[in-house]
Design a protein around this ligand. Sequence first.
Ligand code: ZN
Length: 78
Amino acid sequence: MKLEIVTSARLTCPNCGYMETVEMPTNACQHFYRCEACGNIMKPKPGDCCVFCSYADVKCPPKQLEEQGTGTQSLSQA
Ligand SMILES: [Zn+2]
């Protein structure tokens, strides 16, 4: 079975609206991201696990796996 995991996300800064395409780490959640344009440090909203879940157009890889029903499997298995 092939899993379709999107690792490239379009992150929108909540402070200035600047959009940036960011590669997501597949083995960890990214909790902070600094906006290239205004220097604002993005943090996850309450209940979200990482900045991608809060501000990007796609969820982070672990969440994507969860939605595909393989939530207990780890992506970091090499
Ligand atoms: Zn910004």
